[in-house]
Design a protein around this ligand. Structure first.
Ligand code: ATP
Length: 509
C-alpha cells in the first residue's frame, strides 16, 4: 500500500479541519476552565463541608470517575428523550459534549485540587490565623494560591487528556477532528493518510498549549526567583520611604496592671491531660520565659494563648477584657479582636512561600486595612524589615533566605499589626547554632523597647538573661515561677532547686 503524501499534505489547507481544530480548542478550554472551578468547589466541600456535603461530594467523585466518558456522552445527548426541556441545550452536540466532559472532569479535578489543598502545610493555616485572618481570608490569600501551584502540573496534564478525549464526542456527530476525518475517508477510503493528518492536528494543538502552560508555570514558579540583595544606594532610597508604625496604644487599662492573665487552664488530648490547671499572669512590658522538659506542655500552653489550641477549662483575659473562655465559640468576636493584639512567632517560621518578604509583612495589615492605604502599609513594612536587618532582601522570597533570616522576617511579620504582646514558641529550635544569635538579638531589642513577651525556649542562658521571670513547667503544671536572680541563688528552695538542676546550675543527686 502506498502512502499518498500529496493528499496527506493537502489536508492541512482544508478549511473543515481548521474549523474542527477550533471546535476542539473551544470545547477543551471551556471544559477545563469550568471543571477547574467546579472541581475546586467540590474538593473544598469534600474537605471542609458539613458531613452531608462531604458525603455527597464523595459519592459524586466515586460515581463520575467510574462511568466511562463515552457512556456519559451518549447518555447526556439522549437525555432530552426523558427530559424534553433539556433539549434546548443538550440537543446541540457541542453543548452535550461540554456537559458530559465537565461532569466527568469535575470529579477528576476535585481530587487533584484536594491533593493540592492537603499538601499545604498546617503551619500556613496557623500563621494566617495567628495574624487574625479569618477562614475565607486564609483560604484566599494563603492556601489556595499554594494549593493551585502544587496542583498545576496535574491540572495541565488534565487539559491534555481533555483535548484527546474530545475525539469521543464524535460519537454524537460533533464535527471535531476525528469526525471530520471519518467523513473524509468514508468517501475516499484513504484511512491512513486521513488519520495521520488528524493525529498531527492533535499534536499541534497539544504542543501549542504545552508551550503556553510552560510559560505560565515559569511565571508562577517563585522557586526560580533570582532577586538580588539590594545595594547601599537602593537601601538608602527605601529608607527614605520607610516609616515606623505609630507608637503602640496604651496597653493596659487604668487600674488594670495585668496584660495577660491565664486562670486554671486545662487541656487534654484524648485521655492525655497536657495542661493541669495552669495560672499565669504577665504585667505590661514584662518578659516571661517558659522552660521545662520536653512534653511538659509549654507549646500547648503558648498556642492556647492565641487560640491555636482550644482549652477544656479555664479562661484567658487580655488587658482586663474577656478573650478566651472554655466552652465559648471557637472564634468569637472578642477572641478575633484579641488575636490581633497578639503577635506569634513559630518554631518553623511559617512564612508564606509564595509572597516576597515585603508581601509577607504587608499581608495582615492589608487584610485588616490597618493602615488603610497601601503606601503607608508598604512604608511600615519596609521599616520593620529594616528593624530586623533585612531591608536589603525585601524583594526576595523566603526560600532565598537562611533559617535565621526567615525567623527575623517572621518576627517583622508578627509586629506588623503593632501587637501589644508577642508570643515566641521555641523561636530558635529549628536553627543551626550559628544562626541562633541573630534571632535572639532581635528578641532582646524588643525586650529593651518594653514589649510584653511570653517565650517558650530551650535557650537557658538567653531565658535567664532576658526574662523578668522564668516559669518552669513539668507534666502540665507550673512548678516554679521566679526571677532569674532567685533561680540563680544557690540557697533557693526545693522547687527552684529542681529548676537549677534542669538549667544545669546544680548537680543532680
Ligand atoms: N495535637 C496533639 N495531639 C495529641 N497530643 C499532643 C498534641 N500536641 C501535643 N501533644 C502532646 O502533649 C504533650 C505536650 O506537648 P507540648 O508540645 O506542649 O510539649 P512541650 O513542652 O512544648 O515539648 P517540647 O519542648 O518537646 O516542644 C506531649 O506529650 C505531646 O505528645
Amino acid at each position: 500500500m502506498i502512502f499518498d503524501w500529496t493528499y496527506f499534505f493537502s489536508l492541512f489547507s482544508m478549511r473543515s479541519f481548521w474549523q474542527a481544530c477550533v471546535t476542539v480548542v473551544e470545547l477543551s478550554v471551556l471544559s477545563w476552565l469550568i471543571s477547574l472551578v467546579l472541581g475546586f468547589v467540590l474538593a473544598n466541600s469534600r474537605q471542609s463541608g458539613p458531613w452531608w456535603l462531604r458525603a455527597l461530594s464523595k459519592v459524586y467523585i466515586w460515581l463520575f470517575r467510574s462511568v466511562p466518558l463515552l457512556v456519559l456522552v451518549v447518555f447526556i445527548y439522549n437525555l432530552p428523550q426523558m427530559l424534553p426541556s433539556t433539549g434546548v441545550v443538550l440537543g446541540n452536540a457541542f453543548f452535550a459534549g461540554l456537559v458530559a466532559t465537565v461532569t466527568a472532569e469535575t470529579a477528576y479535578m476535585a481530587e487533584i485540587h484536594r491533593g493540592g489543598l492537603i499538601s499545604v502545610d498546617k503551619g500556613q493555616h496557623e500563621a494566617g490565623r495567628a495574624l487574625g485572618i479569618r477562614f475565607l481570608g486564609v483560604q484566599r490569600l494563603i492556601v489556595i494560591p499554594q494549593a493551585f501551584r502544587i496542583a498545576l502540573p496535574s491540572l495541565i496534564n488534565e487539559f491534555i487528556t481533555i483535548v484527546k478525549q474530545t475525539s469521543l464526542i464524535s460519537v454524537i456527530s460533533l464535527p471535531e477532528l476525528l469526525m471530520t476525518g471519518q467523513r473524509l475517508y468514508a468517501e475516499n477510503f484513504l484511512v491512513m493518510e486521513t488519520l495521520a493528518a488528524v493525529a498531527v492536528y492533535y499534536v499541534l494543538i497539544v504542543s501549542g498549549f504545552t508551550l503556553l502552560f510552560q510559560l505560565f508555570e515559569r511565571k508562577m514558579d517563585v522557586q526560580a526567583s533570582r532577586t538580588e540583595t539590594l545595594d547601599e544606594v537602593a537601601l538608602a532610597g527605601l529608607r527614605q520611604v520607610a516609616h515606623p508604625i505609630p507608637a503602640r496604644r496604651q496597653a493596659a487599662r487604668p487600674g488594670e496592671p495585668v496584660a495577660l492573665k491565664l486562670t486554671n487552664i486545662h487541656k487534654s488530648y484524648g485521655r492525655h491531660q497536657v495542661l493541669k490547671g495552669v495560672n499565669l499572669a504577665l504585667a505590661p512590658g514584662e518578659v516571661v520565659s517558659i522552660i521545662g522538659p520536653s512534653g511538659s506542655g509549654k507549646t500547648t500552653l503558648i498556642r492556647s494563648v492565641n487560640g491555636l489550641e482550644s482549652v477544656d477549662q479555664g479562661e484567658i483575659v487580655l488587658f482586663g477584657e474577656d478573650f478566651i473562655s472554655a466552652g465559648n465559640p471557637r472564634v468569637s468576636s472578642a477572641m478575633q479582636k484579641g488575636i490581633r493584639r497578639i503577635g506569634m512567632v513559630f518554631q518553623g517560621f511559617n512564612l508564606f512561600p509564595h509572597y516576597t518578604l515585603l508581601e509577607n509583612v504587608m499581608l495582615a495589615p492589608r487584610y485588616h486595612h490597618q493602615p488603610p492605604d497601601r503606601a503607608r502599609n508598604r512604608a511600615q513594612a519596609l521599616h520593620l524589615l529594616d528593624k530586623v536587618g533585612l531591608l536589603a532582601h525585601a524583594g526576595k522570597y523566603p526560600h532565598q533566605l537562611s533559617g535565621g533570616q526567615q525567623q527575623r522576617v517572621a518576627i517583622a511579620r508578627a509586629l506588623a499589626l503593632s501587637p501589644d504582646i508577642m508570643l515566641f514558641d521555641e523561636p530558635t529550635s529549628a536553627l543551626d547554632p550559628e544562626l541562633v544569635g541573630e534571632v535572639l538579638k532581635v528578641i532582646q531589642n524588643l525586650a529593651n523597647e518594653g514589649m510584653t513577651m511570653l517565650i517558650v525556649t530551650h535557650e537557658m542562658e538567653f531565658a535567664m538573661a532576658i526574662s523578668h521571670r522564668v516559669v518552669f513547667m513539668e507534666q502540665g503544671n507550673i512548678l516554679a515561677d521566679a526571677t532569674p536572680q532567685a533561680i540563680s541563688r544557690p540557697s533557693s528552695g526545693q522547687s527552684l532547686s529542681r529548676v537549677r538542676q534542669f538549667i544545669g546550675l546544680e548537680g543532680i543527686n
